[in-house]
Design a protein around this ligand. Structure first.
Ligand code: PAF
Length: 307
């Protein structure tokens, strides 16, 4: 069984796909969604609409053995990951596998400090999903999803055992789901894509595609170079030209989209900036790397967030 924490666009997408594949799953949302609705409205990539009866509560299920041994798929935004897990801490066994799927990086370290015995899987997805309203989503884009063990220095830690079997139900539920032995690289790639796209689209309130205009390209190229230098110092290998091309490809493939940070600023919500530019800047400081563009965008988002 899989229990999903977080009823946002991505949490509900996995719920819908697992449900369609017939795998037992449950979703846990914040108590603000009261009473927990037991129906999910789902529109797939072809525009086909479905309504599923779901299992939904504000607390993890712990009654049956299957529930006690369930895999936890955490799909809340980076700033809420630790709090969401700590809220459920008394319902989580030390051997339950915790999968973290969100934009940005840095949560796994925090989660490990509070859940030192739980195996942790880091994940990243390029699927796009739109939350129309509570428990009502549209799958808007198909892309690869990668999962891999969060590596610790401690070789006796359970996360160094083979965890790949835990993603088999997710592979059955959605196309293009892979286990990766280089998940750090995959997460950093997404981190750099988000650092290039999200703050600029949020500050200027433009779609991803509008970043193709020359005034933004002139910032994106040196920003990617800053991020590349930090990755290099962290011994995470990229080719600079590939990295720049990948960022350009994501911009054109998602041209019509408003990035998640664009929407957060638009709706006056807290953004993931601390776990995107903030994380890169922290790492840059440890290596004495100057990051004027990452810093400038970080500061501008902080100002917008505080309004
Ligand atoms: O955060 C987002 O919106 C997405 O990760 C991305 C890739 C920038 C596309 O909009």
């Amino acid at each position: 069984m899989i229990q999903i924490i977080g009823a946002g666009a991505i949490g509900c997408l996995w719920l819908a796909k697992l449900h369609q594949s017939g795998y037992p799953c449950h979703i846990v949302s914040r108590a603000s969604v009261t009473p927990p609705k037991q129906q999910l409205d789902f529109t797939d990539l072809q525009g086909q609409q479905y309504q599923f009866n779901i299992s939904h509560s504000h607390q993890l299920l712990t009654t049956s053995i299957a529930e006690q041994q369930s895999t936890l798929l955490v799909c809340v935004k980076a700033p809420q990951v630790l709090a969401a897990l700590r809220d459920q801490q008394s319902h989580i066994n030390t051997d339950q596998v915790i999968i973290l799927m969100h934009n940005g990086y840095g949560c796994a370290e925090e989660v490990q400090q509070h859940f030192p015995n739980n195996p942790i899987i880091c994940a990243t997805t390029a699927n796009a999903s739109l939350l129309n309203k509570t428990l009502n989503i549209t799958h808007t884009g198909l892309g690869p999803s990668y999962f891999g063990a969060y590596q610790t220095d401690n070789k006796n830690h359970p996360s160094s055992i083979n965890l790949s079997t835990h993603i088999a139900p997710l592979q059955k539920a959605m196309p293009d789901v892979s286990w990766s032995e280089s998940i750090l690289n995959k997460c950093w790639l997404k981190l750099i894509i988000n650092a290039a796209i999200n703050p600029l689209t949020a500050i200027n309130q433009v779609t991803n595609g509008q970043l193709q205009a020359p005034q933004y390209e002139a910032l994106i190229q040196p920003l990617v170079l800053e991020a590349f230098s930090i990755a290099e110092a962290e011994r995470i290998n990229f080719e600079l030209t590939d990295l720049q091309q990948t960022v350009a490809n994501v911009i054109s493939a998602t041209a019509e989209n408003y990035s998640s940070m664009n929407r957060d600023i638009f709706y006056g919500r807290k953004t993931e900036i601390e776990y995107i530019n903030g994380y890169l800047i922290k790492k840059a400081q440890q290596h004495n790397i100057a990051t004027p563009i990452l810093n400038d965008l970080y500061q501008q988002i902080k100002v917008l967030e505080s309004r």
